[in-house]
Design a protein around this ligand. Structure first.
Ligand code: AMP
Length: 534
Protein backbone atom coordinates (compact mmCIF):
# COMPACT_ATOMS: atom_id res chain seq x y z
CA UNK A 1 0.00 0.00 0.00
CA UNK A 2 1.45 3.35 -1.05
CA UNK A 3 1.31 5.93 1.68
CA UNK A 4 -0.08 9.40 0.95
CA UNK A 5 0.75 12.58 2.80
CA UNK A 6 -2.18 14.68 3.99
CA UNK A 7 -0.86 18.21 4.19
CA UNK A 8 -2.51 21.18 5.82
CA UNK A 9 -0.54 24.11 4.45
CA UNK A 10 -1.61 26.79 6.92
CA UNK A 11 -0.99 30.53 6.99
CA UNK A 12 0.56 30.28 10.44
CA UNK A 13 1.19 26.59 11.00
CA UNK A 14 1.35 23.56 8.73
CA UNK A 15 0.88 19.92 9.55
CA UNK A 16 1.23 16.51 7.87
CA UNK A 17 -0.67 13.28 8.53
CA UNK A 18 -0.54 9.81 7.00
CA UNK A 19 -2.99 6.93 7.22
CA UNK A 20 -1.03 3.98 8.53
CA UNK A 21 -2.74 0.59 8.98
CA UNK A 22 -6.16 2.30 8.74
CA UNK A 23 -5.26 4.83 11.43
CA UNK A 24 -4.60 8.46 10.58
CA UNK A 25 -1.35 9.54 12.25
CA UNK A 26 -0.11 13.09 12.58
CA UNK A 27 3.62 13.07 12.05
CA UNK A 28 5.98 14.97 14.29
CA UNK A 29 7.56 17.57 12.06
CA UNK A 30 9.53 20.11 13.99
CA UNK A 31 11.71 18.68 16.68
CA UNK A 32 8.97 16.35 17.89
CA UNK A 33 6.16 18.86 17.58
CA UNK A 34 3.08 18.22 15.50
CA UNK A 35 2.83 21.54 13.72
CA UNK A 36 5.44 23.39 11.69
CA UNK A 37 5.31 27.19 11.85
CA UNK A 38 4.78 28.30 8.22
CA UNK A 39 7.91 30.42 8.34
CA UNK A 40 10.93 30.38 6.02
CA UNK A 41 14.07 32.44 6.45
CA UNK A 42 17.36 32.81 4.68
CA UNK A 43 20.45 32.98 6.90
CA UNK A 44 23.51 35.07 6.09
CA UNK A 45 25.25 32.12 4.43
CA UNK A 46 22.27 31.51 2.12
CA UNK A 47 20.89 28.49 3.93
CA UNK A 48 17.16 28.18 4.32
CA UNK A 49 15.79 28.00 7.83
CA UNK A 50 12.36 26.48 8.12
CA UNK A 51 9.69 26.24 10.80
CA UNK A 52 10.44 26.95 14.42
CA UNK A 53 14.05 27.69 13.64
CA UNK A 54 13.00 30.41 11.22
CA UNK A 55 10.37 31.76 13.59
CA UNK A 56 12.81 31.95 16.47
CA UNK A 57 15.30 34.12 14.61
CA UNK A 58 12.62 36.41 13.12
CA UNK A 59 13.26 39.07 15.74
CA UNK A 60 16.85 39.61 14.66
CA UNK A 61 16.35 38.86 11.00
CA UNK A 62 12.87 40.22 10.32
CA UNK A 63 13.39 41.41 6.75
CA UNK A 64 14.77 38.02 5.67
CA UNK A 65 12.00 35.99 7.28
CA UNK A 66 8.91 35.07 5.32
CA UNK A 67 5.69 34.27 7.11
CA UNK A 68 2.01 34.41 6.12
CA UNK A 69 3.07 33.89 2.48
CA UNK A 70 -0.20 32.06 1.98
CA UNK A 71 -1.86 35.47 2.03
CA UNK A 72 0.07 36.37 -1.12
CA UNK A 73 -0.08 33.14 -3.05
CA UNK A 74 -1.70 33.39 -6.50
CA UNK A 75 -2.22 37.14 -6.16
CA UNK A 76 -1.02 40.04 -8.28
CA UNK A 77 1.40 42.48 -6.68
CA UNK A 78 -0.95 45.41 -7.28
CA UNK A 79 -4.01 43.55 -5.96
CA UNK A 80 -5.35 45.74 -3.09
CA UNK A 81 -5.45 42.63 -0.89
CA UNK A 82 -1.72 42.07 -1.53
CA UNK A 83 -0.95 45.68 -0.76
CA UNK A 84 -2.96 45.48 2.46
CA UNK A 85 -1.04 42.34 3.49
CA UNK A 86 2.32 43.89 2.64
CA UNK A 87 1.71 46.83 4.94
CA UNK A 88 1.88 44.46 7.89
CA UNK A 89 4.67 42.14 6.66
CA UNK A 90 8.29 43.03 7.41
CA UNK A 91 9.85 41.43 4.33
CA UNK A 92 10.22 43.16 0.98
CA UNK A 93 8.17 42.26 -2.06
CA UNK A 94 8.07 43.59 -5.59
CA UNK A 95 6.22 42.95 -8.82
CA UNK A 96 7.62 40.14 -10.97
CA UNK A 97 7.61 40.19 -14.76
CA UNK A 98 4.00 39.11 -15.08
CA UNK A 99 2.76 41.25 -12.20
CA UNK A 100 3.00 38.40 -9.68
CA UNK A 101 4.43 38.96 -6.21
CA UNK A 102 8.15 38.28 -5.80
CA UNK A 103 9.63 38.14 -2.31
CA UNK A 104 13.06 39.74 -2.13
CA UNK A 105 15.40 38.18 0.40
CA UNK A 106 19.10 38.92 0.54
CA UNK A 107 18.94 40.17 -3.07
CA UNK A 108 17.39 36.95 -4.35
CA UNK A 109 13.86 36.94 -5.69
CA UNK A 110 11.55 34.14 -4.60
CA UNK A 111 8.22 33.30 -6.13
CA UNK A 112 5.61 32.91 -3.38
CA UNK A 113 5.17 29.34 -4.64
CA UNK A 114 8.84 28.72 -3.94
CA UNK A 115 8.61 29.77 -0.31
CA UNK A 116 5.55 27.54 0.10
CA UNK A 117 7.48 24.73 -1.63
CA UNK A 118 10.18 24.92 1.04
CA UNK A 119 7.54 24.29 3.71
CA UNK A 120 6.00 21.46 1.73
CA UNK A 121 9.36 19.81 1.27
CA UNK A 122 10.10 20.08 4.97
CA UNK A 123 6.81 18.34 5.76
CA UNK A 124 7.52 15.70 3.13
CA UNK A 125 10.99 15.06 4.54
CA UNK A 126 9.71 14.91 8.11
CA UNK A 127 7.10 12.30 7.21
CA UNK A 128 9.69 10.44 5.13
CA UNK A 129 12.09 10.16 8.02
CA UNK A 130 9.28 9.21 10.42
CA UNK A 131 8.28 6.28 8.22
CA UNK A 132 11.79 5.69 6.98
CA UNK A 133 10.70 5.81 3.36
CA UNK A 134 10.31 8.52 0.76
CA UNK A 135 6.64 9.49 0.48
CA UNK A 136 5.87 11.82 -2.38
CA UNK A 137 2.17 11.33 -3.08
CA UNK A 138 0.15 14.02 -1.36
CA UNK A 139 -3.22 15.61 -0.84
CA UNK A 140 -2.89 19.28 0.05
CA UNK A 141 -5.66 21.40 1.54
CA UNK A 142 -6.55 25.00 0.75
CA UNK A 143 -9.19 27.39 2.13
CA UNK A 144 -12.52 26.67 0.48
CA UNK A 145 -12.57 30.25 -0.76
CA UNK A 146 -9.32 29.96 -2.72
CA UNK A 147 -9.85 30.87 -6.35
CA UNK A 148 -8.42 29.17 -9.39
CA UNK A 149 -5.18 31.19 -9.46
CA UNK A 150 -4.48 30.39 -5.84
CA UNK A 151 -5.10 26.67 -6.41
CA UNK A 152 -2.83 26.73 -9.44
CA UNK A 153 -0.12 28.35 -7.38
CA UNK A 154 -0.40 25.65 -4.71
CA UNK A 155 -0.08 23.09 -7.49
CA UNK A 156 3.13 24.79 -8.65
CA UNK A 157 4.47 24.82 -5.09
CA UNK A 158 3.81 21.09 -4.74
CA UNK A 159 5.71 20.39 -7.96
CA UNK A 160 8.68 22.46 -6.87
CA UNK A 161 8.69 20.53 -3.59
CA UNK A 162 8.87 17.23 -5.49
CA UNK A 163 5.40 16.14 -4.49
CA UNK A 164 3.07 14.11 -6.65
CA UNK A 165 -0.10 16.05 -5.88
CA UNK A 166 -3.05 13.67 -6.06
CA UNK A 167 -5.70 16.20 -5.12
CA UNK A 168 -6.28 19.63 -3.65
CA UNK A 169 -9.19 19.64 -1.19
CA UNK A 170 -10.83 22.36 0.85
CA UNK A 171 -9.78 22.66 4.48
CA UNK A 172 -13.28 22.53 6.01
CA UNK A 173 -14.10 19.57 3.81
CA UNK A 174 -11.02 17.79 5.13
CA UNK A 175 -12.05 18.62 8.68
CA UNK A 176 -15.51 17.24 8.18
CA UNK A 177 -14.07 14.17 6.51
CA UNK A 178 -11.88 13.48 9.52
CA UNK A 179 -14.85 14.06 11.72
CA UNK A 180 -17.19 11.95 9.64
CA UNK A 181 -14.82 9.02 9.36
CA UNK A 182 -13.77 9.11 12.95
CA UNK A 183 -17.29 9.40 14.30
CA UNK A 184 -19.42 7.65 11.71
CA UNK A 185 -23.13 7.65 12.45
CA UNK A 186 -26.49 8.47 10.91
CA UNK A 187 -27.19 11.04 8.26
CA UNK A 188 -26.46 14.52 9.56
CA UNK A 189 -25.65 18.07 8.57
CA UNK A 190 -22.44 19.57 9.79
CA UNK A 191 -21.26 23.18 9.85
CA UNK A 192 -17.48 23.61 9.90
CA UNK A 193 -16.41 26.93 11.39
CA UNK A 194 -12.72 27.34 10.61
CA UNK A 195 -10.88 30.37 11.93
CA UNK A 196 -7.14 29.96 11.44
CA UNK A 197 -4.14 32.24 11.39
CA UNK A 198 -4.97 33.98 8.13
CA UNK A 199 -8.26 32.82 6.79
CA UNK A 200 -11.83 32.19 7.78
CA UNK A 201 -13.99 29.52 6.17
CA UNK A 202 -17.45 28.32 6.85
CA UNK A 203 -18.90 25.26 5.18
CA UNK A 204 -22.05 23.25 5.51
CA UNK A 205 -21.76 19.56 4.75
CA UNK A 206 -24.13 16.67 4.57
CA UNK A 207 -22.92 13.27 5.70
CA UNK A 208 -25.07 10.35 4.58
CA UNK A 209 -24.71 6.80 3.26
CA UNK A 210 -20.95 6.96 3.32
CA UNK A 211 -20.88 10.27 1.47
CA UNK A 212 -19.58 13.63 2.62
CA UNK A 213 -21.15 16.33 0.48
CA UNK A 214 -20.42 20.03 0.79
CA UNK A 215 -23.69 21.89 0.28
CA UNK A 216 -22.48 25.45 0.84
CA UNK A 217 -19.24 27.22 1.48
CA UNK A 218 -18.08 30.78 2.05
CA UNK A 219 -15.12 32.50 3.58
CA UNK A 220 -12.77 35.40 3.79
CA UNK A 221 -9.15 34.85 2.79
CA UNK A 222 -8.17 37.97 4.72
CA UNK A 223 -9.67 37.34 8.11
CA UNK A 224 -7.76 35.32 10.66
CA UNK A 225 -5.61 35.27 13.76
CA UNK A 226 -3.17 37.81 12.38
CA UNK A 227 -5.91 40.42 12.21
CA UNK A 228 -6.58 39.80 15.88
CA UNK A 229 -2.84 40.09 16.63
CA UNK A 230 -2.76 43.33 14.63
CA UNK A 231 -5.41 44.90 16.86
CA UNK A 232 -3.26 44.27 19.92
CA UNK A 233 -0.16 45.34 18.00
CA UNK A 234 -1.73 48.63 16.91
CA UNK A 235 -2.82 49.42 20.45
CA UNK A 236 0.66 48.68 21.83
CA UNK A 237 2.34 50.78 19.14
CA UNK A 238 0.08 53.75 19.59
CA UNK A 239 0.49 53.55 23.34
CA UNK A 240 4.31 53.56 23.05
CA UNK A 241 4.31 56.32 20.46
CA UNK A 242 2.02 58.45 22.60
CA UNK A 243 4.05 57.89 25.74
CA UNK A 244 7.47 58.40 24.20
CA UNK A 245 6.69 60.80 21.35
CA UNK A 246 8.47 58.60 18.78
CA UNK A 247 7.58 56.67 15.65
CA UNK A 248 8.25 52.95 15.78
CA UNK A 249 7.26 52.22 12.16
CA UNK A 250 10.82 51.99 10.85
CA UNK A 251 12.13 49.89 13.75
CA UNK A 252 11.51 46.45 12.23
CA UNK A 253 12.95 44.51 15.13
CA UNK A 254 10.80 46.34 17.66
CA UNK A 255 7.71 45.75 15.52
CA UNK A 256 8.56 42.07 15.21
CA UNK A 257 8.96 41.70 18.97
CA UNK A 258 5.70 43.54 19.50
CA UNK A 259 4.00 41.30 16.94
CA UNK A 260 5.15 38.15 18.71
CA UNK A 261 4.11 39.56 22.06
CA UNK A 262 0.70 40.45 20.59
CA UNK A 263 0.15 36.90 19.43
CA UNK A 264 1.25 35.28 22.67
CA UNK A 265 -0.86 37.76 24.66
CA UNK A 266 -3.87 36.85 22.54
CA UNK A 267 -3.25 33.13 23.11
CA UNK A 268 -2.81 33.60 26.86
CA UNK A 269 -6.02 35.62 27.01
CA UNK A 270 -7.86 32.44 25.99
CA UNK A 271 -6.98 31.00 29.40
CA UNK A 272 -6.66 34.05 31.61
CA UNK A 273 -8.53 37.29 32.23
CA UNK A 274 -5.47 39.51 32.52
CA UNK A 275 -2.10 39.18 30.80
CA UNK A 276 1.05 41.11 31.50
CA UNK A 277 3.08 42.32 28.50
CA UNK A 278 6.72 43.09 29.28
CA UNK A 279 9.29 43.87 26.58
CA UNK A 280 12.43 45.42 28.07
CA UNK A 281 14.80 47.38 25.80
CA UNK A 282 12.29 47.35 22.98
CA UNK A 283 13.63 50.42 21.24
CA UNK A 284 15.44 53.65 22.02
CA UNK A 285 14.75 57.35 21.84
CA UNK A 286 16.86 59.63 19.68
CA UNK A 287 19.13 60.40 22.62
CA UNK A 288 19.71 56.68 23.21
CA UNK A 289 17.46 56.33 26.27
CA UNK A 290 16.05 52.80 26.16
CA UNK A 291 12.32 52.27 25.78
CA UNK A 292 10.75 49.44 27.75
CA UNK A 293 7.20 48.19 27.43
CA UNK A 294 5.37 47.16 30.57
CA UNK A 295 1.62 46.93 30.51
CA UNK A 296 -1.35 44.63 31.09
CA UNK A 297 -4.22 43.68 28.83
CA UNK A 298 -7.58 42.48 30.10
CA UNK A 299 -9.69 39.97 28.24
CA UNK A 300 -12.69 42.29 28.01
CA UNK A 301 -10.60 45.12 26.49
CA UNK A 302 -9.19 42.65 23.98
CA UNK A 303 -12.68 41.41 23.20
CA UNK A 304 -13.85 44.92 22.43
CA UNK A 305 -10.81 45.50 20.18
CA UNK A 306 -11.77 42.49 18.06
CA UNK A 307 -15.58 42.57 18.38
CA UNK A 308 -16.06 43.63 14.75
CA UNK A 309 -13.79 40.81 13.50
CA UNK A 310 -15.78 38.19 15.41
CA UNK A 311 -18.98 39.83 14.20
CA UNK A 312 -17.82 39.41 10.60
CA UNK A 313 -17.39 35.67 11.12
CA UNK A 314 -20.84 35.40 12.69
CA UNK A 315 -22.42 37.36 9.87
CA UNK A 316 -20.87 35.02 7.30
CA UNK A 317 -21.91 32.02 9.40
CA UNK A 318 -25.58 33.01 9.34
CA UNK A 319 -25.49 34.07 5.67
CA UNK A 320 -24.07 30.68 4.70
CA UNK A 321 -26.74 28.80 6.63
CA UNK A 322 -29.41 30.99 4.99
CA UNK A 323 -27.75 30.57 1.58
CA UNK A 324 -28.06 26.79 2.01
CA UNK A 325 -31.78 27.35 2.74
CA UNK A 326 -31.36 25.92 6.21
CA UNK A 327 -31.95 27.12 9.72
CA UNK A 328 -29.53 26.70 12.61
CA UNK A 329 -31.93 24.16 14.13
CA UNK A 330 -31.34 21.92 11.10
CA UNK A 331 -27.58 21.75 11.69
CA UNK A 332 -26.75 18.63 13.70
CA UNK A 333 -23.09 19.37 14.44
CA UNK A 334 -20.98 22.49 14.48
CA UNK A 335 -17.27 21.70 14.32
CA UNK A 336 -14.65 24.22 15.34
CA UNK A 337 -11.39 24.18 13.40
CA UNK A 338 -8.30 26.39 13.61
CA UNK A 339 -6.33 27.69 16.56
CA UNK A 340 -8.40 30.88 16.83
CA UNK A 341 -11.53 28.93 17.74
CA UNK A 342 -9.95 28.38 21.16
CA UNK A 343 -10.77 32.03 21.87
CA UNK A 344 -13.57 31.83 24.46
CA UNK A 345 -15.57 34.66 22.84
CA UNK A 346 -15.55 32.88 19.46
CA UNK A 347 -16.68 29.65 21.10
CA UNK A 348 -19.45 31.47 23.00
CA UNK A 349 -20.73 33.32 19.95
CA UNK A 350 -20.87 30.18 17.84
CA UNK A 351 -22.73 28.45 20.68
CA UNK A 352 -25.11 31.38 20.96
CA UNK A 353 -25.82 31.50 17.25
CA UNK A 354 -26.23 27.76 16.80
CA UNK A 355 -28.07 27.34 20.09
CA UNK A 356 -25.86 24.51 21.36
CA UNK A 357 -22.19 24.08 22.29
CA UNK A 358 -20.05 23.33 19.22
CA UNK A 359 -17.75 20.27 19.01
CA UNK A 360 -14.03 20.40 18.94
CA UNK A 361 -13.57 16.64 19.43
CA UNK A 362 -10.73 16.15 16.96
CA UNK A 363 -7.82 18.47 17.78
CA UNK A 364 -8.60 21.77 15.97
CA UNK A 365 -4.98 22.29 14.86
CA UNK A 366 -4.55 18.81 13.39
CA UNK A 367 -7.95 17.84 12.08
CA UNK A 368 -7.44 19.26 8.56
CA UNK A 369 -4.26 17.26 7.94
CA UNK A 370 -5.99 14.13 9.26
CA UNK A 371 -8.86 14.68 6.80
CA UNK A 372 -6.39 15.19 3.94
CA UNK A 373 -4.63 11.94 4.84
CA UNK A 374 -7.95 10.11 4.88
CA UNK A 375 -8.75 11.56 1.47
CA UNK A 376 -5.32 10.42 0.24
CA UNK A 377 -5.96 6.93 1.49
CA UNK A 378 -9.39 6.95 -0.19
CA UNK A 379 -7.81 7.97 -3.50
CA UNK A 380 -5.43 5.02 -3.26
CA UNK A 381 -8.46 2.80 -2.71
CA UNK A 382 -7.43 1.92 0.81
CA UNK A 383 -10.38 3.55 2.56
CA UNK A 384 -13.37 3.02 0.35
CA UNK A 385 -16.12 4.01 2.72
CA UNK A 386 -16.53 7.66 1.88
CA UNK A 387 -17.17 9.60 -1.30
CA UNK A 388 -16.29 13.25 -1.31
CA UNK A 389 -18.41 15.72 -3.22
CA UNK A 390 -17.07 19.24 -3.03
CA UNK A 391 -18.56 22.43 -4.42
CA UNK A 392 -17.18 25.42 -6.25
CA UNK A 393 -17.02 28.48 -3.98
CA UNK A 394 -17.62 31.20 -6.60
CA UNK A 395 -19.77 31.85 -9.68
CA UNK A 396 -17.80 31.22 -12.85
CA UNK A 397 -18.67 32.68 -16.20
CA UNK A 398 -17.84 35.06 -18.99
CA UNK A 399 -18.23 38.75 -19.78
CA UNK A 400 -21.16 39.73 -21.95
CA UNK A 401 -22.19 43.01 -23.61
CA UNK A 402 -21.89 46.09 -21.42
CA UNK A 403 -19.41 44.54 -19.02
CA UNK A 404 -21.97 42.25 -17.42
CA UNK A 405 -20.97 38.98 -15.75
CA UNK A 406 -22.90 36.00 -17.09
CA UNK A 407 -22.60 32.96 -14.86
CA UNK A 408 -22.07 29.57 -16.49
CA UNK A 409 -21.37 27.55 -13.32
CA UNK A 410 -23.11 28.95 -10.24
CA UNK A 411 -21.37 28.86 -6.87
CA UNK A 412 -22.05 25.79 -4.72
CA UNK A 413 -22.24 23.48 -7.77
CA UNK A 414 -20.85 20.02 -6.93
CA UNK A 415 -17.49 19.38 -8.59
CA UNK A 416 -16.09 17.87 -10.78
CA UNK A 417 -18.55 19.31 -13.25
CA UNK A 418 -18.97 20.51 -16.79
CA UNK A 419 -21.64 22.99 -17.86
CA UNK A 420 -22.36 24.78 -21.12
CA UNK A 421 -24.19 27.87 -22.24
CA UNK A 422 -24.78 29.20 -25.71
CA UNK A 423 -23.98 32.81 -26.62
CA UNK A 424 -24.28 34.75 -29.83
CA UNK A 425 -22.73 37.70 -31.67
CA UNK A 426 -23.72 41.32 -31.00
CA UNK A 427 -22.76 42.85 -34.38
CA UNK A 428 -23.48 41.96 -38.01
CA UNK A 429 -20.59 40.09 -39.64
CA UNK A 430 -18.73 39.86 -36.36
CA UNK A 431 -15.58 37.88 -37.10
CA UNK A 432 -14.48 36.99 -33.62
CA UNK A 433 -15.56 36.89 -30.00
CA UNK A 434 -13.41 37.56 -26.99
CA UNK A 435 -14.12 35.22 -24.12
CA UNK A 436 -13.23 36.89 -20.82
CA UNK A 437 -13.44 34.41 -17.97
CA UNK A 438 -14.26 35.58 -14.46
CA UNK A 439 -14.75 34.12 -11.02
CA UNK A 440 -16.80 35.95 -8.41
CA UNK A 441 -20.23 36.93 -7.25
CA UNK A 442 -20.68 40.45 -8.63
CA UNK A 443 -23.15 41.04 -11.49
CA UNK A 444 -20.72 43.40 -13.19
CA UNK A 445 -17.45 42.07 -14.56
CA UNK A 446 -15.47 44.82 -12.86
CA UNK A 447 -16.42 43.49 -9.44
CA UNK A 448 -15.02 40.01 -10.14
CA UNK A 449 -11.66 38.33 -10.42
CA UNK A 450 -10.56 37.88 -14.05
CA UNK A 451 -9.10 34.46 -14.67
CA UNK A 452 -8.02 34.81 -18.28
CA UNK A 453 -9.24 35.53 -21.78
CA UNK A 454 -9.01 34.14 -25.29
CA UNK A 455 -10.39 34.81 -28.75
CA UNK A 456 -12.51 32.55 -30.93
CA UNK A 457 -11.94 33.82 -34.48
CA UNK A 458 -13.00 33.12 -38.08
CA UNK A 459 -16.71 33.18 -37.36
CA UNK A 460 -18.81 32.96 -40.51
CA UNK A 461 -20.18 36.34 -41.70
CA UNK A 462 -23.81 36.54 -40.56
CA UNK A 463 -26.33 38.97 -39.09
CA UNK A 464 -25.92 39.54 -35.39
CA UNK A 465 -27.61 37.06 -33.12
CA UNK A 466 -27.37 34.18 -35.60
CA UNK A 467 -23.92 32.68 -35.00
CA UNK A 468 -24.13 30.39 -32.02
CA UNK A 469 -21.13 29.99 -29.73
CA UNK A 470 -21.20 27.33 -27.10
CA UNK A 471 -19.06 28.07 -24.08
CA UNK A 472 -18.30 25.16 -21.77
CA UNK A 473 -16.70 25.29 -18.36
CA UNK A 474 -15.17 22.26 -16.72
CA UNK A 475 -13.99 22.17 -13.12
CA UNK A 476 -11.79 19.30 -12.03
CA UNK A 477 -11.97 17.68 -8.60
CA UNK A 478 -9.11 20.00 -7.55
CA UNK A 479 -11.27 23.01 -8.38
CA UNK A 480 -9.19 23.90 -11.46
CA UNK A 481 -11.00 25.41 -14.40
CA UNK A 482 -10.88 24.72 -18.16
CA UNK A 483 -12.93 26.83 -20.56
CA UNK A 484 -13.75 26.08 -24.19
CA UNK A 485 -15.66 28.08 -26.79
CA UNK A 486 -17.02 26.39 -29.91
CA UNK A 487 -18.65 27.77 -33.01
CA UNK A 488 -21.66 25.43 -33.10
CA UNK A 489 -21.93 25.46 -36.90
CA UNK A 490 -18.30 25.01 -37.91
CA UNK A 491 -17.18 23.10 -34.85
CA UNK A 492 -14.12 25.36 -34.56
CA UNK A 493 -12.97 25.40 -30.93
CA UNK A 494 -10.63 27.28 -28.63
CA UNK A 495 -9.76 25.96 -25.19
CA UNK A 496 -7.78 27.31 -22.30
CA UNK A 497 -6.82 25.84 -19.04
CA UNK A 498 -7.22 28.87 -16.87
CA UNK A 499 -3.74 28.96 -15.46
CA UNK A 500 -3.91 32.60 -14.40
CA UNK A 501 -1.41 35.20 -15.39
CA UNK A 502 0.57 34.76 -12.19
CA UNK A 503 1.31 31.08 -12.60
CA UNK A 504 4.91 30.14 -13.06
CA UNK A 505 6.11 29.26 -16.53
CA UNK A 506 7.14 25.65 -17.07
CA UNK A 507 10.83 26.54 -17.41
CA UNK A 508 10.71 28.57 -14.17
CA UNK A 509 9.27 25.57 -12.33
CA UNK A 510 11.96 23.31 -13.76
CA UNK A 511 14.67 25.73 -12.71
CA UNK A 512 13.27 25.92 -9.19
CA UNK A 513 13.00 22.14 -8.92
CA UNK A 514 16.64 21.84 -9.96
CA UNK A 515 17.80 24.62 -7.65
CA UNK A 516 15.99 23.35 -4.62
CA UNK A 517 17.19 19.82 -5.12
CA UNK A 518 20.68 21.01 -4.31
CA UNK A 519 19.45 23.39 -1.76
CA UNK A 520 21.13 23.76 1.56
CA UNK A 521 18.55 23.50 4.25
CA UNK A 522 19.84 23.96 7.74
CA UNK A 523 19.08 21.13 10.12
CA UNK A 524 18.00 21.81 13.64
CA UNK A 525 21.46 21.26 15.09
CA UNK A 526 23.82 22.77 12.61
CA UNK A 527 21.83 25.94 12.07
CA UNK A 528 21.91 27.21 15.60
CA UNK A 529 25.14 29.13 15.03
CA UNK A 530 24.03 30.72 11.82
CA UNK A 531 20.82 31.79 13.48
CA UNK A 532 22.68 33.64 16.16
CA UNK A 533 25.11 35.24 13.77
CA UNK A 534 22.46 36.25 11.21
P1 AMP B 1 -4.07 27.62 12.52
O1 AMP B 1 -3.92 28.43 11.23
O2 AMP B 1 -5.27 26.79 12.58
O3 AMP B 1 -2.81 26.95 12.94
O4 AMP B 1 -4.35 28.74 13.64
C1 AMP B 1 -3.35 29.53 14.10
C2 AMP B 1 -3.96 30.75 14.75
O5 AMP B 1 -4.58 30.37 15.96
C3 AMP B 1 -2.88 31.75 15.10
O6 AMP B 1 -3.35 33.06 14.84
C4 AMP B 1 -2.70 31.52 16.56
O7 AMP B 1 -2.24 32.69 17.21
C5 AMP B 1 -4.10 31.17 17.01
N1 AMP B 1 -4.16 30.42 18.25
C6 AMP B 1 -3.49 29.29 18.56
N2 AMP B 1 -3.79 28.88 19.80
C7 AMP B 1 -4.69 29.78 20.28
C8 AMP B 1 -5.39 29.93 21.53
N3 AMP B 1 -5.22 29.04 22.53
N4 AMP B 1 -6.23 30.98 21.66
C9 AMP B 1 -6.41 31.87 20.66
N5 AMP B 1 -5.78 31.79 19.47
C10 AMP B 1 -4.94 30.77 19.29
Amino acid sequence: MARVLGIDLGTTNSCVAVVDSDTPLVDPVDNGRYTLPSVVAVAEDGRHLIGRLAKRQAVINAENTVFAAKRLIGRAFDDPQTQAALRTLPYRCEAGENGAVRIVIRDRRYAVQESMALLLRELKDAAGSYFNEEISKAVVTVPAYFNDKQRQAVKDAARIAGLDLLRIINEPTAAALAYGVLQAGDERRVAVFDLGGGTFDISVLQIFDGTVEVIATAGDAFLGGRDFDDRILESLISRLEREHGISLQSDRNAIQRLREASESTKIELSDRNTVEVALPFLSARRDGTPIHLQTTLKRDSYESMVADLIERTMQMFSETIEGAKLTFAEIDEAILVGGMTRTPRVHQQVAQMWGRPPSSGVHPDLVVAVGAAIQGSMLMGDTANYVLLDVTPHNLGIMTLGGMAETVIPKDTTIPTELRKTFTTVRDNQEQVKIVVFQGDSRRIAGNELLGEFVLSDLRPAPRGTVRIEVSFAISADGLVTVAARDVETGREQTIQVTGSHSLEEDEIRRMIAEHQEDLVATIDDAIDSVISA
